[in-house]
Design a protein around this ligand. Structure first.
Ligand SMILES: Nc1ncnc2c1ncn2[C@@H]1O[C@H](COP(=O)(O)OP(=O)(O)O)[C@@H](O)[C@H]1O
Ligand SMILES: [Mg+2]
Length: 384
């Protein structure tokens, strides 16, 4: 009898507790459904179906998981994390989810089983219509900016006629070792580097090299180098549409081409020709970078658009090419590049370096988009 009374007394409390318990208990379904309302602004897909939620653990109302972005250089890193937290705040009882944000770079290349360079996830060719537009300056700072975000980056200086990557990285001549028939790249500021410029004789003889010899050298530098695991390999191409750009486009699958141009070059339509060849060869165009876009005055801290504004943007819109950003014309960029101390290394928080960071994030975001399209195409092919 006593027991019965005790039970009656405590039952309402138990019922209340049970209700409270069930009401606040978070389910995996609920969490995933909530997270699937968060859309990656670049990929235009929800983060759950993109497989970005990893190691989800639910312990009562405590949530723990890893948010794996498609590149450490994602321009929307903070926004996505903020959207995730905001979405989760709508689930009753979840107060402070424990979220670890990491990144795993997507493969932007169609790799098959016997592919060459399987450990390099993305190859980005940097091209231009003419010389002197700052292609090497952009390649070097782009590589350093990507490496600053935590990505593993290499740079191949394929400009046989004017290899200036070693100069801009302050490297001089490096004696590259050969191990197991593979060239070991040199290292500078965390980048793996191979350049035609390391080989003095080749540099002097470059002018007399033609077609097949040039193609052979490029293939060797690409394929017979121990690049090891890289997220991005930047290839600084010679200007124009000669043997080297053609060989790069035809030898191995690459993620795409970045075209560097200046406002004056746009006016003369030379840049359009540079990406025209790659488009004909079905090489994706990552986008256009406008170098020397505006003059950044150190004294008045104003941007002067000496050669007109938004030229590359308009060219991009006309030809359906993403605009990746503009880099200022600034003596600081010239002095640091030409003395082998790039702005990304000497002054990473300066406006000049930040302009390169913005461009690098846009490049990485485009590589993720290309990779995602590629993986969709491959899935579609596999299921037909
Ligand atoms: N944004 C810039 N501001 C000032 N000088 C620049 C800028 N970009 C490149 N330069 C300078 O212009 C010259 C040519 O640049 P470089 O990168 O060698 O061009 P390319 O590789 O297209 O021939 C170099 O002296 C370089 O320091
Ligand atoms: Mg150059």
């Amino acid at each position: 009898m006593n027991l019965w009374i005790t039970c009656m007394l405590f039952l309402p409390m138990f019922k209340y507790r049970t209700k409270e318990f069930f009401y606040y208990m978070v389910s995996v379904d609920e969490v995933l459904q909530t997270l699937s309302t968060v859309i990656d602004p670049d990929l235009k897909k929800d983060i759950v179906s993109m497989g970005m939620i990893k190691d989800l653990e639910i312990n009562g109302n405590d949530l723990k998981f890893t948010l794996e972005l498609t590149t450490p250089a994602c321009p929307f890193n903070e926004q996505i994390e903020q959207d995730v937290r905001q979405a989760l705040s709508k689930i009753p009882g979840v107060s402070k989810p424990d979220i670890k944000v990491t990144a795993k770079v997507m493969e932007g290349r169609a790799l098959s089983m016997d592919e060459m360079l399987p450990t390099v996830k993305n190859i980005i060719g940097v091209a231009s219509g003419k010389g002197g537009v700052g292609k090497t300056t952009v390649s070097v700072n782009l590589a350093l900016a990507l490496a600053n975000t935590g990505a593993r980056v290499g740079i191949l200086d394929a400009d046989i006629y004017g290899p200036s990557v070693p100069l801009m990285l302050g490297m001089g001549k490096a004696a590259l070792e050969v191990e197991n028939n593979k060239l070991q790249p040199a290292e500078s500021h965390g980048l793996k580097v191979v350049s035609f410029g390391f080989f003095a004789d080749q540099e002097h003889q470059a002018a007399i090299y033609r077609g097949p010899i040039i193609s052979g050298i490029l293939k060797q530098f690409l394929v017979d180098t121990n690049w090891s695991d890289l997220d991005y390999l930047i290839v600084d191409l010679p200007p124009g549409t000669g043997d080297i750009p053609l060989t790069l486009a035809q030898t191995i699958p690459i993620t795409g081409i970045v075209v560097v141009t200046t406002p004056q070059e746009i006016a003369s339509n030379v840049a359009v020709k540079a990406f025209g060849m790659f488009q004909k060869l079905n090489v994706p165009i990552i986008g256009v970078i406008e170098n020397m876009s505006y003059f950044k005055c150190n004294n008045c801290n104003t941007d002067h658009y000496i050669f007109g504004k938004d030229g590359a943007k308009r060219m991009g819109e006309k030809h359906d090419l993403p605009f990746l950003g503009g880099i200022p014309l600034n003596p600081g960029i010239m002095e640091s590049s030409d003395s082998g101390r790039p702005v990304l290394v000497t002054d990473p928080n300066s406006p000049n370096a930040q302009a390169f960071m913005t461009v690098a994030k846009n490049v990485a975001a485009r590589c993720s988009v290309i990779a995602s399209q590629l993986s969709e195409e491959m899935t579609a092919e596999a299921t037909t």
